[in-house]
Design a binder for this molecule. Sequence first.
Ligand SMILES: N[C@@H](CCC(=O)N[C@@H](CS)C(=O)NCC(=O)O)C(=O)O
Length: 257
Amino acid sequence: MLKLYGVPLSQPFRSVAWALLLKQCPFKAVVTVPFLADKPFGSKHESYKSRTKARSDRIPMLQDGTFYLVESPAILCYLCESRGWMDLYGPPGSQRKALIDSYMHWHHSGTRGIASLVAPYLIPGGSHGPRDKELHRAHQLLKQLESGWLHPDENYIVGNEISIADLLCYEELAQSSMTGLIDLADYPAIQSWMQRMEQQPFFEEVHLGLKTLGLLSESNDRPLNQRLQAATKAGLAGLEKAQAGFVSGGSQSASKL
Ligand SMILES: N[C@@H](CCC(=O)N[C@@H](CS)C(=O)NCC(=O)O)C(=O)O
């Protein structure tokens, strides 16, 4: 069975997990907590790092047999190509695939930048004060999504079918909007597209962790580390619940959406 290392509160981890669920491809989520390098279990300890062969110590990481892969877009491309999930990507040489690739190259320096609003809450010792510079940058990026990547004639980032580009993009926006750190009221195209994403199978299960975490924009009596732990637990339960109905051994059979 495939293994996916990471935590459900990580945006790129959720993108990959959602793709696996959409395709009813069984996987085991292996809790690997970023920023906890000194913890021997369930964190980025030496055994995790040795598996990445020092290419990167970030999560998510996919394990497929003895093969290990980091970087969520590369993981998603690998899964689509190795399992024949061409509806989520696009046949080699196709313009659909080229446009999805185009978004994914932009994603790292684009939408991913919005994560800087949430990161301080998830990093031990991070400061939670106003983040005007990050907010300004986030709105610049949102404008590029609103009037650029989200084409008015298309339901998704590329065409009228969901792709791995949408999964990557959605998770970055969900991280900030579901925690109340950004207001999307001025972005109608983004809002409509997000609503379409929220109609996709397994939306609830994939976002149980984020929903359990709740608003970061408001004060909360519960210590943040307790909330993060509860959210991680709920997120993992969501992924298990989603897989409970899978037919065993269905990893290679690409179910169509
Ligand atoms: N470009 C990578 C980004 C991965 C990433 O930033 N992961 C974060 C958690 S969401 C992480 O591992 N941070 C810990 C660190 O940088 O040490 C991807 O798309 O997979």
